[in-house]
Write a protein that binds this ligand. Structure first.
Ligand SMILES: NC(=O)c1ccc[n+]([C@@H]2O[C@H](COP(=O)([O-])OP(=O)(O)OC[C@H]3O[C@@H](n4cnc5c(N)ncnc54)[C@H](OP(=O)(O)O)[C@@H]3O)[C@@H](O)[C@H]2O)c1
Length: 260
C-alpha cells in the first residue's frame, strides 16, 4: 500500500490556501494547516474531514514556524513531502504617502515568512533527497506595479529567491515551484475597486496550482491570458511602461505626506 503524502500549507485559513488544502485533501494528501485565525483553521479541518491538523502560527515568527513544522510532522506521523508558503498580505500603497510599518509587515509575512518555512523544511528534504517547496508569489512580481510597491517588491523577492534555490537544489532531488497567480477572488482582492482582468475563482486556482505541484512544474502562472499580458508588459521599454501606468498611479495618489 502506498503511504499517504504529507503537506504543510501556510495561510490556509482563507482564500487560495484554504482552497488548495481542500483540493490536496481530495487528492489524498495529509495536511498541516497554518495561519493565525484558529477558529477558521478548525472549521477548515472539520470541513476537509480527511487527515488534516490545524496549527495556529504567525509566519513572521521564525521559532513558531519551526515548532509548527515539528508539531505537524509528529501529528501526521512523518516528514513533509510538500511545503507551500502561501501566507501573504497585500496593502495598497503610494510612495507619496509611504507607510513604513505596512511595508515592513508585507516583507515580513510574504518574504521572511516564506524563508522561515524554507529554513524549517529544506534540510530534512535534502537529507531524504526528496520533497518540494512551493512559494505563492504573484504576477505582481513581474514588474514594479504602481500603488503596490511593497507588495510587488515582496513578490519579486520571492520569485528571485525561489528561482535561484530551485537551481541549487536540483542535485539534492528537491523541487521548487513558483506560483504566480493573476487576480483571484479572495478576501485580498475583495477591497479592489477597479475592474480586475481575467478574475478567477479560488477553487479553480487551487486546481491549477495542485496540478502544477503534482506535475513537478517549475513555474505555475495563470490565468493564461493574464500571464501573457504580464510577460508582454515585462518586455516594454521603461518609458512606455511609465506612460501606461502613470495616470492610474496619479489618480490613486491623494494628498501627499510631504510637500512636492
Ligand atoms: N487573490 C489574488 O488575486 C492573489 C493574486 C496573486 C497572489 N496572491 C497570493 O496568494 C496568497 C494567498 O492570498 P489570498 O488571496 O488567498 O488572500 P487571503 O484570503 O487574505 O489569505 C491570506 C492568508 O494569509 C494568512 N496570513 C496573513 N498574515 C499571516 C501571518 N502573519 N501568519 C500566518 N498567516 C498569515 C491569512 O491567515 P490569518 O489571517 O488567519 O493568519 C490567510 O490565510 C498570498 O501570498 C497572496 O499574495 C493572491
Amino acid at each position: 500500500m502506498q503511504t499517504q503524502k504529507r503537506a504543510i500549507i501556510t495561510g490556509a485559513s482563507s482564500g487560495i490556501g484554504l482552497e488548495l488544502a481542500r483540493e490536496l485533501a481530495l487528492r489524498g494528501w495529509a495536511l498541516a494547516l497554518l495561519a493565525r485565525r484558529t477558529e477558521l483553521l478548525d472549521d477548515a479541518v472539520r470541513a476537509i474531514g480527511a487527515n488534516a491538523v490545524a496549527i495556529p502560527c504567525d509566519v513572521t515568527d521564525s521559532g513558531a514556524v519551526h515548532d509548527a513544522v515539528k508539531h505537524g510532522e509528529s501529528r501526521l506521523g512523518g516528514a513533509f513531502d510538500l511545503a507551500v508558503a502561501n501566507a501573504g498580505v497585500g496593502i495598497p500603497s503610494h510612495a507619496a504617502k509611504f507607510n513604513l510599518a505596512e511595508a515592513e509587515q508585507t516583507i515580513r509575512v510574504n518574504v521572511l515568512g516564506m524563508m522561515y518555512l524554507f529554513d524549517a523544511v529544506i534540510p530534512g528534504m535534502i537529507e531524504r533527497r526528496s520533497g518540494r517547496f512551493v512559494g505563492v508569489a504573484s504576477v505582481a512580481g513581474l514588474r514594479g506595479l504602481p500603488t503596490a510597491a511593497p507588495y510587488s517588491a515582496s513578490k519579486a523577492a520571492m520569485q528571485a529567491f525561489l528561482e535561484a534555490s530551485r537551481i541549487e537544489l536540483v542535485p539534492y532531488g528537491v523541487g521548487v515551484t513558483i506560483v504566480n497567480p493573476g487576480f483571484i477572488v479572495t478576501a485580498m482582492t475583495e477591497k479592489n475597486r477597479f475592474k480586475m482582468p481575467f478574475l478567477m475563482k479560488a477553487d479553480k486556482a487551487a486546481r491549477v496550482i495542485a496540478d502544477g505541484i503534482e506535475g513537478g512544474r517549475r513555474v505555475v502562472e495563470f490565468p493564461r491570458r493574464m500571464s501573457l499580458v504580464m510577460r508582454t508588459v515585462r518586455l516594454l521599454p521603461d518609458s512606455l511602461y511609465e506612460r501606461m501606468t502613470g495616470p492610474y498611479s496619479r489618480r490613486k495618489a491623494g494628498p501627499s505626506k510631504v510637500k512636492p
